[in-house]
Write a protein that binds this ligand. Sequence first.
Ligand code: FES
Length: 71
Amino acid sequence: MIVCHCNVLTCRHVREAVDAASGRDGLTLVTPGVVFKENDKRPRCGYCMPHIHKLIEEHLTDNTVWNNSKL
Ligand code: FES
């Protein structure tokens, strides 16, 4: 599904960018700006920002060890 129509970024582009950025050193704060940078794109209208932010949050939550804990 296309998330950013200005740059034709899909959910997959977002997830791959999150994996690349967060896996590099484990300390990178992944923001929508990081997702654009990982894809060599720049935000234009900004309409997609809230959706990209939500995808980042969901993807990071799905991949954390805390996800399966009972805390
Ligand atoms: S829809 Fe992403 S910058 Fe416009």
